[in-house]
Every structure is written in C-alpha cells, then in structure tokens.
Design a protein around this ligand. Structure first.
Ligand code: PML
Ligand code: MG
Length: 241
C-alpha cells in the first residue's frame, strides 16, 4: 500500500522552534493526520506558532523498511547520579572503554536540533554540521491499537523515542544511542542498542533542566559514515509495536 509522509514543524519569532512531529500514513488517512498534526502545532504549551510547515511526500511501499520495536526494559533510579551510573554500566557492558568520557560529552552537549554522531572509540564527532547534528527522520509506529496511533494529537515522549531508537540502532554501524530529553519536565532518558534493547532510565537529570541531547555511537569507516547519515535522514521506517 502506498503512503504519504507528513512532517510538521512549528515555530514563532520569540521562541524559535515550538514543536515538530511526523507520520507515514496510508492515503485514506492523509487528511485526518494532517489536521491532527496541525492541531498539535496550534495547541502546544510553548505558545502559538507564527510559522507552520506541513511537508507531504508520497512514499512507495518498497521504499519502507519495516522493523519490530526494540524490547523495552526499565531501570528505576532515584536521582540523576544513579541514572548516569546505570548508563555507565551499560556502556561498559557494550565493551566501550571510554564510557566515562562519552557520558561527560553527553552531559555537556550543546542544544542541537539533531544528534551527535560520535565515533565510539576515537570520540571524534562525525556530523557534517556540528551545530545542527544529525536528525533521524521519516519514521512512524504501527500498532493494531488505534488508541496509540491517534496519540498524535499530543506528544508521547516514550512512543516517539522508541520509534526513533529502533530506527537508529538498526543501522549496522551504530553501537548504541543515548538520550536525555531537552524538555525541562521530562527526566526519563534511555540507552538503546540491538544487544540491550531500549533501556529506560527513570531519572537521568534534575527536574527543570532544559539540558538534553542525543548521541549516536558509531563504529565504522568513511563509507559506513556516509551510509549511516543517509539512512538516518532518508530511509523510511515503520516500527511495529
Ligand atoms: C524527547 O524529548 O524527545 C526524548 C524523550 C525520551 C523518552 C524516554 C522514555 O520515556 O522512554
Ligand atoms: Mg524535545
């Protein structure tokens, strides 16, 4: 079945970026999801947008990669220090020798629209544009449960992150992804990898902190890097939950 990709981003002059979201939907549902995403842009708690971009592109079925969602586990942590300790132990479990330095880079990461693409061994940053980072895009979730699909009227951090992490770590040159939300009230983050699945860490930062970011940990050569960036930015993915 052919589909349409819909990508929405909204901003205003005072705050800059306000909200963004995306779907990949069958043609009969195109109108419905366009209006849901429009509503989402208009009702964001950050404020009213003065610019909304809805980009709609046809997607052929053969262009879509279908992936099962990563299995999810949760680690309860009482405070950010415990949360970061948990992340360190998972990084070490993945055999990453420079786990402490990776965590330090993550803590200090500047506000970027996209993620850092970091070489897991040399810690070299591999994004062509370091201010922007790499944005993983063109992805959606499919579930038999219509309730979850229609959650698109508002942001569901967990669902959206699970879709993104599943896409990201499915590239063979990605060893793991780390994420802390930049939403000041959202303190749950995760580490994801093909080996570990999606591991939610309940407290990774202090409530009220706007600091957040993503790191894609990479291992490979120049050809892998180019393929990885193309995959993140262009490959259409539907994640099945
Ligand atoms: C974001 O703000 O987009 C990141 C959300 C991380 C979600 C973590 C989780 O709840 O599992
Ligand atoms: Mg955010």
């Amino acid at each position: 079945m052919d589909r349409y990709s819909i990508r929405m981003r909204a901003s205003n002059a005072q705050q800059g970026h306000i909200s963004g979201a995306e779907k990949i939907v069958p043609e009969p549902e195109l109108e419905l999801y366009c209006s849901r995403l429009l509503l989402r842009a208009m009702r964001h708690s950050k404020g009213k947008p003065d610019f909304i971009n809805l980009k709609i592109e046809a997607v052929k079925e053969e262009e879509i990669l279908h992936l099962p969602a990563l299995p999810v586990t949760t680690v309860e942590t009482a405070d950010p220090a415990q949360g970061q300790e948990a992340v360190l132990s998972y990084l070490r479990r993945l055999g990453l020798l420079r786990a402490e330095e990776i965590l330090a880079l993550w803590r200090e990461s500047p506000a970027m629209r996209g993620a850092m693409l970091l070489h897991a061994d040399t810690l070299e940053r591999l994004e062509p544009d370091r201010e922007r980072g790499i944005r993983a895009t063109y992805m959606d979730m499919e579930t038999a449960d219509e309730q979850r699909r229609s959650a698109c009227a508002g942001k569901n951090h967990f669902n959206e992150a699970l879709v993104l992490a599943t896409k990201v770590v499915s590239h063979p040159a990605i060893l793991a992804e780390l994420c802390i939300s930049d939403d000041p009230d959202y303190v749950t983050g995760y580490i994801a990898s093909r080996q570990l699945g999606y591991v939610r860490i309940t407290t990774l930062k202090e409530t009220g902190s706007p600091r957040g970011g993503r790191i894609f940990l990479f291992r490979g050569d120049e050809k892998d890097r180019e393929d990885c960036i193309r995959y993140m930015q262009e490959q259409k993915v539907i994640v099945h939950v």
